[in-house]
Design a protein around this ligand. Structure first.
Ligand SMILES: NC(=O)c1ccc[n+]([C@@H]2O[C@H](COP(=O)([O-])OP(=O)(O)OC[C@H]3O[C@@H](n4cnc5c(N)ncnc54)[C@H](OP(=O)(O)O)[C@@H]3O)[C@@H](O)[C@H]2O)c1
Length: 307
């Protein structure tokens, strides 16, 4: 149970409140360490298991593979605010499953459900509790872009992503980049749709770039993990998009965006870490499509039971 915040206090005199997923490992753990080390920060982490989080953080149970858990987490966080508001909402958790047959308790394909649907619901439930000038950061990936990764989606079909044909070849490699396209489109929705009052909140889709040494491919078969660790640095010699950055720098950039130490140019949503530097390129043409953005918003709302 979280302590209750002090109702009626001016947030300017109180702590800045950060709510974060994916803070227990890899890029997010590095970012959380930096965020927790700031003065006047209250860091609330949603996590599975008994992870203690960085010193000073409050850990609240959250399993993104369950929409009921997302709802319970959101209401516990809201209940603890006591009149204060969330300044930064960081949706960084992610999985890269290679088993297309795997389903969550709600019946959705796991990668789509954890990376996109759960975060979509969480953001919808918490956005009304965010402060003016707040920041919503969703971690995406440049693998959403066919110009970078040939397995990236060229069309958007949310229903097919939610319930893919278990026997269709290639699904296990396409689910991850498709989920990251959904993250990008969701960030664009929050930046643009009237129902979230766009001037109030800055929405950012953050691509940390290829980062070896995190837990992301932990579900992949051992031979594939060993192959990737050996092969990717070799490919990187010839293809720049396969050059890995470090979890420390990727976490630092996530913390910089969260804390507002790095700001996006006006009108931009996508921040991409390229060889250690934050850049602000256009995402893929499909990620820029307003039809795809609005379709995903509508169909995701129906899937999670929101109007
Ligand atoms: N590494 C890369 O090359 C790369 C490139 C582009 C984008 N990204 C993105 O960066 C983000 C962080 O990934 P990473 O590489 O740092 O991987 P990671 O080390 O595996 O971290 C993933 C985080 O997500 C959490 N998580 C996973 N499933 C969850 C669930 N069901 N409920 C709650 N939390 C869950 C994990 O919690 P546990 O500790 O409980 O497992 C962990 O904190 C992801 O969104 C990923 O897609 C990574």
């Amino acid at each position: 149970m979280l302590p209750t915040g002090r109702a009626g206090m001016s947030q300017a005199n109180d702590k800045r409140i950060v709510v974060m997923t994916g803070a227990t490992s890899g890029i997010g753990a590095n970012a959380a360490l930096r965020i927790a080390a700031q003065p006047n920060i209250r860091l609330i982490i949603g996590a599975r298991g008994g992870h203690p989080g960085p010193q000073g953080a409050e850990v609240v149970p959250l399993d993104l593979a369950s929409l009921a858990s997302v709802r319970t987490f959101a209401s516990e966080v809201k209940g603890s605010l006591g009149g204060a508001q969330i300044d930064m909402l960081v949706l960084n958790a992610g999985v890269q499953t290679t088993d297309a047959a795997k389903r969550t308790i709600d019946g959705f394909e796991v990668t789509f459900a954890v990376n996109h649907l759960a975060h979509y619901l969480l953001a919808r439930l918490l956005v009304s509790s965010m402060s003016d000038g707040g920041r919503l950061i969703i971690t995406t990936s440049d693998t959403h872009d066919p110009a970078i990764f040939s397995g990236a989606p060229k069309i958007l079909d949310p229903e097919a992503l939610a319930h893919p044909d278990r026997n269709k070849t290639g699904v296990r490699f396409s689910a991850y980049p498709a989920s990251k396209l959904c993250d990008l489109l969701t960030a664009r929705s929050f930046a643009a749709l009237s129902e979230v009052q766009p001037p109030r909140i800055t929405a950012i889709a953050y691509n940390p770039g290829l980062t070896l040494g995190t837990g992301l491919s932990r579900d992949a078969p051992r031979f594939l993990r060993v192959l990737m660790r050996g092969l990717i640095p070799l490919i990187g010699i010839f293809k720049p998009q396969f050059r890995s950055g470090s979890p420390e720098r990727a976490g630092e950039a996530l913390a910089q965006l969260t804390l507002g130490e790095v700001k996006l140019p006006a009108g931009r949503v996508y921040a991409s870490l390229v060889r250690g530097n934050l850049t602000f390129p256009d995402p893929s043409p499909l990620a820029q499509s307003n039809d795809a953005r609005d379709q995903l918003w509508r169909e995701s709302a129906a899937m999670v039971g929101l109007a």
